[in-house]
Write a protein that binds this ligand. Structure first.
Ligand SMILES: [Zn+2]
Length: 372
């Protein structure tokens, strides 16, 4: 159990700043009005934006799906076992919660938590199990669960300046297809995001039009676009390519770099991957994204959660490449959506984009979580 000091009244607990529930909306499954009042007071005092109480399993599950389905309504939930089901049923109940919705972590409370219950909670992937009367413990468990949810590349909150990310692609539309959702998500969170496209994509159509499309797409995602002029179809992993990436690095000073994977059948993609690895040898983090041409050797080990808004922005950015839409099988909207939905299963979220993290030199404690 957490090393929380004793406090007479949890509403002005001395650790108020240490485990902020930073504007979280919390769903509370709890039947006892006194407990509801006490828990609500404690969560609000630690920064929760709202606490919505329900008093039955059905209402809890219903609230989880309550409209609109695709937009997360709750950041976290608290479920009191006394509201229904035996211990073995808890696993099934939590499974149902997650199936119906939700990436929102659930902290389970019980009057006297047993080992059997802890096991059931574990199997149901509860974020934590806390004794019902232990409000400080509940606050701490929720704070931890919310921090764990922050995405695996999360360096936000690490310093005074906003984090910076450089995303490198060989051709216009490569980065949108690979990580359009992550770019949007980071840009929305205040990151400074730069896209570097190494060629004008003249092999796929009129280069002037493709440049305009690339700028529109970057605008949709909230990123700055740099375009180099290497030859589409014959980009080499030579000095010129390395220098092009180095110029972008000098401009963007990225904390995180994303690029094509080595496991890719397109030689331009592989060349850009290698050149970026060399140019970004000092970057804190470097991850590789998926392309339509990545092979089955692509082994992602990070999955970044996307919201519906991120997915919509990704599709809009890809849609901005209008000259490609009718000729490229992989730009089919249904396929793009299914792909982010598919990767979501690896992070128990609705949508995700995958990354192969190839190096990670982030100093310990610099980022909030790295749980995937
Ligand atoms: Zn490409």
């Amino acid at each position: 159990m957490p090393e929380m000091p004793e406090a007479a009244d949890e509403s002005d607990h001395p650790c108020a700043g240490a485990v902020p529930l930073s504007d979280a909306h919390v769903l509370l499954g709890e039947g006892d009005p006194d407990a509801v009042a006490r828990i609500t007071r404690a969560l609000r005092a630690h920064g929760a934006a709202s606490v919505h109480a329900v008093d039955s399993p059905a209402a809890f599950l219903r609230a989880g799906t309550d409209p609109p389905f695709l937009v997360p309504r709750w950041d976290a939930a608290v479920w009191h076992t006394g509201l229904g089901g035996d211990e073995s049923d808890l696993t099934g109940f939590l499974d149902r919660w997650r199936l119906q919705r939700s990436s929102a972590p659930v902290v389970v409370t019980d009057d006297a938590p047993s080992t059997r219950l802890a096991l059931a909670a574990l199997r149901g992937r509860a974020a934590d199990l806390v004794e019902r009367g232990d409000a400080p413990g509940l606050v701490l468990a929720l704070g931890r669960a919310l921090a764990d949810r922050s995405d695996p590349l999360g360096v936000e909150g690490s310093g005074q300046t906003s984090p910076s990310m450089l995303v490198v692609g060989a051709h216009p539309d490569d980065v949108e297809i690979g990580v359009g959702g992550i770019i949007h998500r980071r840009a929305q969170a205040g990151w400074d995001v730069t896209i570097l496209t190494m060629s004008g994509g003249e092999g796929g159509g009129d280069p002037v039009r493709r440049r305009e499309e690339a700028h529109r797409a970057a605008e949709v995602l909230g990123a700055r676009l740099l375009m180099e002029d290497l030859p589409d179809g014959s980009i080499a992993d030579d000095r010129a390519t390395v220098r092009a990436v180095e110029r972008a690095v000098a401009l963007a000073s990225p904390d995180v770099v994303l690029v094509h994977s080595e496991s890719d059948t397109h030689q331009d993609h592989r060349a850009v991957h290698r050149a970026t690895l060399v140019a970004c040898r000092t970057a804190s983090r470097l991850g590789c994204y998926q392309s339509p041409s990545t092979t089955t050797a692509y082994r992602p080990n990070r999955f970044v959660e996307l919201s519906e808004a991120d997915v919509v922005a990704k599709l809009a950015a890809i849609g901005a490449h209008g000259s490609q839409a009718s000729t490229r099988w992989y730009l089919d909207e249904d396929l793009l959506r299914s792909t982010v939905r598919y990767w979501g299963r690896f992070s128990q979220t609705l949508y995700a984009e995958p990354l192969e993290l190839v190096h990670d030199k982030m100093p310990l404690g610099h980022h909030r979580s790295d749980h995937v």
